[in-house]
Every structure is written in structure tokens, then in C-alpha cells.
Design a protein around this ligand. Structure first.
Ligand SMILES: *[C@@H]1O[C@H](CO)[C@@H](O)[C@H](O)[C@H]1NC(C)=O
Ligand SMILES: *[C@@H]1O[C@H](CO)[C@@H](O)[C@H](O)[C@H]1NC(C)=O
Ligand SMILES: *[C@@H]1O[C@H](CO)[C@@H](O)[C@H](O)[C@H]1NC(C)=O
Ligand SMILES: *[C@@H]1O[C@H](CO)[C@@H](O)[C@H](O)[C@H]1NC(C)=O
Ligand SMILES: *[C@@H]1O[C@H](CO)[C@@H](O)[C@H](O)[C@H]1NC(C)=O
Ligand SMILES: *[C@@H]1O[C@H](CO)[C@@H](O)[C@H](O)[C@H]1NC(C)=O
Ligand SMILES: *[C@@H]1O[C@H](CO)[C@@H](O)[C@H](O)[C@H]1NC(C)=O
Length: 449
């Protein structure tokens, strides 16, 4: 329920309005009026921040001086009330009237310049507009406004107070006259509707991989009970929970649809920002080994939970209702949780007497079947590579080409046939019966997220 509600509230995280205003000097999200919910919600892209010289370029400008210098929006407590004020050149105090200014104050920061804020015309009979910036998050009656000035600064900054449905704009001029106006401008944060992350590039130097110890998911026995040599295959179906997170923050509103595309064009599933993509994946793994008649091999199928963290850079485009869009570059962190599996093949043994198949004496046969077998071999376990080569591929020297891929995917059936034929050192067209035993297993196993 809460989830649904926060989605319908658009991009702002619901703020459960606290009874006390945030004390000055503790940084706080800026409150915005949400007309649909008729309450104040917290902006993810605007905050009330302590003054930092290096962040000034992202402070929200309310007016400019005669000489073109910016006047920033600030707020401070004055006689118990939170008031909107002006941070003027030389930028060390917040003026709330012509004569009164405070050195303890907060300034309005547009985080990462991510917010689209506009001054929009206001008239006292207008209802409170959605996105209006509240001076004090605990009050839904006082908003940030301004009015064009005739002389001096470009605008007089002030607060728009609503008594019931009618508002008034209260500001002051340079002569410290309090001005009460019926119209002016109100500050609004425009609500984004979705995001796109594209041109995503992973910064692989920053990658960290954490793996748990491998766990055995299944032990299998591959056996050849037939009277001819055969490639025995078994498919194992396994499931695991896969998650992919693209991070949070960056002034991107939680829960908004975000599409993701790598710089090479690869698309990732759409996410709602700050919520990881989750999927219960189901995959097949093929166990496969060539066995002489009467022999068998133990295989253990095992896997790791694997977490990969890597930083990325991307172009972030924010879309707004009226098809407006703004782009900027961000650096984020991607976290992938997955499972990596492998099959560990034991040594081949005779089923009749449980002794290992000898491994050194079978490499002597020479044949002419060099053929074109530079294709993939059946996956052989790295640990028993040498042994099986002798037996299967006695006449071919193709192993170097393919040893890397061995444990990976299943080769094409065609290759199986070929390797088997070659391995037997016999005529490719002889009437050998090649039997491929295929057993599909379903092995559900639970994994950590
Ligand atoms: C903030 O973004 C706007 C719109 O993309 C751009 O015009 C402006 O120059 C940016 N300001 C800073 C300080 O980067
Ligand atoms: C987000 O994407 C989903 C699936 O594409 C769509 O059904 C939904 O309407 C989108 N939400 C918004 C707010 O655009
Ligand atoms: C194969 O597995 C069985 C049953 O676990 C075991 O008794 C046997 O020793 C194993 N053989 C080899 C060669 O690993
Ligand atoms: C599992 O993790 C261990 C230790 O990090 C590693 O040696 C092994 O190769 C991993 N196994 C798989 C299937 O990734
Ligand atoms: C085990 O049996 C196989 C065939 O059944 C035979 O070739 C091999 O010599 C036997 N090994 C031993 C040690 O008896
Ligand atoms: C494998 O060989 C058998 C017998 O020669 C043949 O019937 C089958 O079609 C071959 N399979 C593939 C995938 O080529
Ligand atoms: C995936 O996660 C869900 C929810 O946590 C859980 O019910 C399910 O059993 C998990 N699946 C696997 C294969 O671990």
C-alpha cells in the first residue's frame, strides 16, 4: 500500500510531516506542495544546506543585483518563525528584512543541478500550485515567492502566505518597507516523469568481486552401460535470484521509470530508480563427457554467489511532463548479485571393479582422421583434461584450441559426433552406434539474494 502511494505521489518521497521544524543547520530536504495529496512532500533534488563556497554554483538564485551578481535563497529563524531570506554578496548572512540578517541560516541547494525549478506567475486567488516550494516543511501555507522590483535588485524576495484559499506575497524593499502584494511569482519544482541512463560505461578498474565459497548443488553420476563408446550428456536446470542495482541518489527521484542502455547499445531491463532489477533466473547447464563402455564418472555441479560492484559513468536524461528533457553526466555504482556455476568432473573409472581407467597408455594409436576438427570439444573437466585427451582425442591435437571453453557451454551436437568419431580412431563412416544419453534434471535450489 505504502509503495503504491508513494508512486502515485509522483517523484517525491512522502514526508510524514514532523511536529517540529527541522532545526536550522541540520540539512533537510526541501518541502514541496503536492496538490494531489494536498500535503507537503520532500524533494529529492532540492535541499536546505549549510553554506559551502564550493557548492555555490548550485544554489538557487532568487534575484540579481544591479551589477549582475546572484542573490541566493536562504532561510533562517526569526522570532520563532522560519523565514525566507536573501543571501547577498558577500554571502555570509541571510537577510530577512532591510535591517535584520542572520549568520546562522540554510541556503537552498539544487543537488547536482538536477532539479528543474521555475518561477511561475502567481496571483492571490490561484490555488496553491503543485511543486510550490515551502519555506518550512511543517507548514503547507507558506511558500517562496518574489516580485519584480522597480529599482535596485531585480526582484524582491518574499513569502507567499495562504490564509484559507487566498494568498498574499509579503516582501520588503531596500528601504525596509514591508510590501504586501496580490501577485508576483512563485517558485516551483517541475516534476519529472521518467529517466534514461544511456551511454553507460563500466569503469572496470573499480570493480570488486566477492564470491562465497562454492556450494555443491548436485552430484551426478555419468555412466555408459552400453557396449559402445558414447558421449553422455545430462542437462541440469538450476534457478537463482539475480539482482542488478544501478544505485540511488544523484537527485533522481526514487521509483521513477528508468531505462538503461550501455554505450555499445545493450539494453537492460527498465527499473524504477533506486529499486534493483530482480529476476528469478532459470538456466540450463549441460554436463557432458565421453565414456568408454562400462565406465563412469562422478560430476559435482556447484556454484558461488557472486557480487560485483563496479562504478559507471552515464548520461542521465530527465524527462518532464511537457516533453521537456534535461541531460547531465553522472557517475554511479552498479551492484550485481548472481550465481556462477561450474561442473567438476571426477576421474573416470570402470564400473565393474571400481578402478580408475588407465590414462597413460592410450595415446599411442595413430590414425589419419585429422579432419577439420578444430571445433569445440565436449566440455571436459580441467582436472582430468590430460587423461581424457588420451582416450578421446588420441589422434587430434585440437585441445589447445578449445581447452579454454571447456567448462563453458555445451558444444553443438555435430561436434560431439565428430569428436567421438575422431576419438575412436576409426573410420568416420563406420556403422558405430553413437548414443547420446540425455537426462533433464530439475534441481531447484535456494540461494541468497
Ligand atoms: C544547470 O543545468 C541547466 C540546465 O541543464 C544549465 O543551463 C546550467 O548551466 C546548469 N548549471 C550549472 C551550474 O551547471
Ligand atoms: C513505468 O513503466 C511501466 C512498464 O513499462 C508502465 O506500465 C508504467 O506506466 C510506467 N510508469 C510511469 C509513471 O510512466
Ligand atoms: C563416485 O561417487 C561414489 C558415490 O559418491 C563414490 O563412492 C566413489 O568413490 C566416487 N568415485 C570416484 C572415482 O570419485
Ligand atoms: C567460487 O569462488 C571461489 C573462491 O573465490 C573460486 O575459486 C571458484 O572458482 C568460484 N567458482 C565459480 C563457479 O565461480
Ligand atoms: C577393471 O575392469 C576393466 C574392464 O572391466 C579392466 O579392463 C581392468 O583391467 C580392470 N582393472 C583391474 C585393476 O582389475
Ligand atoms: C550425429 O550422428 C548421428 C549418426 O551418425 C546422426 O544420426 C545425427 O544426425 C548426428 N547429429 C548431429 C547433430 O549431427
Ligand atoms: C528468490 O527469492 C524469493 C523471494 O525472496 C524466494 O521466495 C525464492 O525462493 C528465491 N529463489 C531462489 C531460487 O532462491
Amino acid at each position: 500500500m505504502e509503495r503504491t502511494r508513494s508512486y502515485s505521489s509522483g517523484f517525491w518521497v512522502l514526508l510524514l510531516v514532523t511536529t517540529l521544524a527541522a532545526p536550522v543547520l541540520s540539512e533537510a530536504g526541501v518541502g514541496l506542495f503536492n496538490a494531489r495529496l494536498k500535503q507537503i512532500v520532500t524533494s529529492s533534488t532540492l535541499k536546505w544546506a549549510n553554506l559551502k563556497n564550493e557548492a555555490m554554483e548550485n544554489y538557487v538564485i532568487g534575484a540579481i543585483t544591479e551589477s549582475g551578481e546572484p542573490i541566493y535563497l536562504c532561510r533562517t529563524r526569526h522570532e520563532g518563525d522560519m523565514l525566507i531570506g536573501q543571501l547577498r554578496p558577500d554571502y555570509n548572512s541571510c537577510a530577512v528584512s532591510g535591517t535584520k540578517s542572520y549568520t546562522i541560516f540554510e541556503v537552498m541547494e539544487n543537488i547536482e543541478n538536477a532539479s528543474l525549478i521555475i518561477w511561475t506567475p502567481w496571483y492571490k486567488f490561484n490555488s496553491k500550485p503543485s511543486g510550490a516550494v515551502a519555506v518550512d516543511s511543517s507548514l503547507d501555507t507558506t511558500f517562496v515567492g518574489r516580485i519584480k522590483a522597480n529599482i535596485g535588485y531585480s526582484h524582491n524576495i518574499g513569502r507567499i502566505n495562504y490564509e484559507s484559499t487566498v494568498g498574499e506575497l509579503i516582501s520588503f524593499d531596500e528601504e525596509n518597507n514591508e510590501l504586501v502584494e496580490n501577485n508576483g511569482e512563485i517558485l516551483i519544482e517541475v516534476e519529472p516523469v521518467s529517466y534514461k541512463l544511456d551511454n553507460v560505461e563500466l569503469d572496470l578498474h573499480t570493480q570488486h568481486v566477492r564470491q562465497s565459497d562454492p556450494q555443491v548443488f548436485e552430484e551426478r553420476l555419468l555412466r555408459n552401460d552400453d557396449d559402445v563408446a558414447a558421449t553422455v550428456t545430462t542437462e541440469i536446470e538450476y534457478k537463482f535470484n539475480y539482482t542488478l542495482s544501478w544505485g540511488h541518489g544523484h537527485g533522481i527521484a526514487i521509483g521513477l521509470n528508468t531505462t538503461i542502455e550501455m554505450s555499445d547499445g545493450t539494453q537492460f531491463p527498465q527499473i524504477e530508480w533506486a529499486n534493483p532489477y530482480k529476476e528469478e533466473k532459470k538456466e540450463l547447464y549441460t554436463l557432458q563427457i565421453f565414456l568408454e563402455p562400462g565406465t563412469a564418472c562422478n560430476v559435482s555441479f556447484r556454484g558461488n554467489t557472486t557480487d560485483r560492484d563496479v562504478q559507471y559513468t552515464a548520461k542521465l536524461t530527465t524527462y518532464y511532463k511537457d516533453n521537456n528533457a534535461r541531460s547531465r553526466h553522472i557517475r554511479g555504482e552498479r551492484i550485481e548479485n548472481t550465481v556462477e556455476v561450474e561442473a567438476v568432473y571426477g576421474e573416470i573409472y570402470y564400473m565393474s571393479n571400481n578402478t580408475l581407467v588407465p590414462t597413460t597408455t592410450t595415446t599411442t594409436t595413430t590414425t589419419t582422421t585429422t579432419t577439420t576438427t578444430t571445433t569445440v570439444l565436449p566440455p571436459l573437466p580441467p582436472s582430468v583434461e590430460k587423461n581424457d585427451i588420451g582416450m578421446i582425442m588420441d589422434s587430434n591435437s585440437i585441445l589447445e584450441d578449445s581447452s579454454e571453453d571447456m567448462v563453458k557451454g555445451p558444444p553443438e551436437k555435430e561436434d560431439i559426433n565428430r569428436s567421438v568419431v575422431g576419438g575412436l580412431g576409426s573410420h568416420p563412416n563406420s556403422g558405430f552406434k553413437i548414443r547420446v544419453t540425455s537426462i533433464a534434471l530439475l534441481i531447484p535450489f535456494a540461494l541468497l539474494l
